[in-house]
Ligand binder design. Structure first.
Ligand SMILES: [Zn+2]
Length: 353
């Protein structure tokens, strides 16, 4: 499947071997695997794989879990793999896990940028930052930093790609997969796992391009309300991404706007940004390693991170399977205007609708 030999994958991309191992559960009827594209770079040739569990009904609600957009942020992929192992092992014997999966389509791309991860860098093989690569311009061009995305050179991080050259193969593969497979679904919850920003774990919702309120604010508020009730001691700061910084070219902004224009079904794209500054504070030597800024390096700390997010992923799978608990016209908070007002007060200093 992968062009690199197994030994070089074991050294540079063991995560792909783990994903392929998970894919072998296909033989037991648990998963379906699709190769979305093959990414070539020099003598490397690595697949972008999607693994699907559960319902095959095109209208079924979807939970779409992704990681590895930034190749340096391996811990995100490892968090996802850790959850998939738990789920596949549960699905072998637990009737309630099987029943849950019969109601939801659970689709996972654990490594969107395999070449970047193999090479140990943020960008893809062409030096393009895949999360700055969509044809989306941020609201305020002046006053935002180079980290918002730029077209200066692919030798600098956050490069958006050459003007007019279209999106990169990995981004295109992810977008086509999303649009071809989930077009008929009435609701989609997505979670994209990253690491490296801040000292707390953040759960971001759109937009990245503007500080304007996100149109599905009521749904986000109700989902957050459920999370707060189910796990009152959870560790996440739920907030709009633009509260931390705005960027050009965000893939989720792009997908969100396209889907909204096309059909108005509920789509909630979330980003989990693991706050790696915590690990650095506990082990400052990590600052001297590029990998260490984005990943915990000590084994006990890695295990802790892999355990820490299982509850969230499980919650989101269950919430995705039960859109009636939080989506349009439903939910446990009944007064829609009141929900909107509370959401704006919480996240946008009360900006009026
Ligand atoms: Zn990232």
């Amino acid at each position: 499947m992968a062009g690199g030999n197994t030994r070089s994958l074991l050294v540079h991309l063991p995560e792909l071997i783990e994903v392929q191992r998970l894919a072998s559960h296909g033989a037991k009827g648990l998963v379906r695997v699709q190769e979305l594209t093959m990414v070539r770079h020099k003598d490397l040739s690595l697949p972008v794989l999607a693994i699907e569990f559960g319902s095959q009904d095109p209208k079924a609600p979807v939970f779409f879990l992704t990681a590895g957009v930034h190749g340096l942020e391996r811990i995100g992929t490892r968090v996802v793999i850790s959850y998939l192992k738990t789920l596949t092992n549960m699905a072998h014997w637990d009737p309630s896990t099987k029943a849950l999966l019969s109601r939801v389509r659970f689709s996972v791309i654990p490594i969107i940028n395999p070449v970047g991860m193999y090479l140990g860098r943020r960008s893809n093989g062409n030096g393009v930052d895949l999360m700055r690569n969509a044809p989306i311009e941020a609201d305020h061009k002046s006053g935002i930093s180079i980290a918002a995305g730029h077209r200066i050179s692919n030798h600098l991080p956050w490069f958006r790609g050459v003007e007019g050259s279209g999106m990169e193969i990995e981004a295109k593969a992810m977008i086509s997969y999303f649009e071809e497979n989930f077009a008929k679904s009435t609701s989609v919850v997505a979670l994209d796992v990253h690491s490296g920003f801040g000292a707390v774990d953040r759960l971001w919702f759109p937009y990245a391009r503007t500080k304007q309120p996100f149109p599905n604010l009521r749904e986000i508020f109700q989902l957050t309300h459920l999370l707060d009730r189910v796990y009152p001691h959870h560790i996440y700061n739920v907030e709009p991404q633009s509260g931390s910084y705005t960027t050009h070219g965000d893939l989720w902004d792009y997908l969100y706007d396209r889907r909204r224009e096309a059909q108005g079904s509920t789509f909630i794209p979330l980003t989990l940004e693991l706050g790696s500054w915590l690990w650095i504070k506990k082990n400052p030597r990590q600052l001297f390693s590029a990998l260490g800024i984005f990943n915990p390096l000590l084994p006990h700390r890695t295990s802790r991170i892999l355990r820490r997010h299982l509850h969230l992923l499980d919650f989101l799978l269950r919430a995705a399977a039960a859109p009636e608990a939080w989506s349009k016209g439903h939910g446990i908070l009944h007064d829609a205007e009141e929900v909107e007002r509370m959401a704006r007060a919480r996240w946008y200093n009360g900006i009026a609708a």
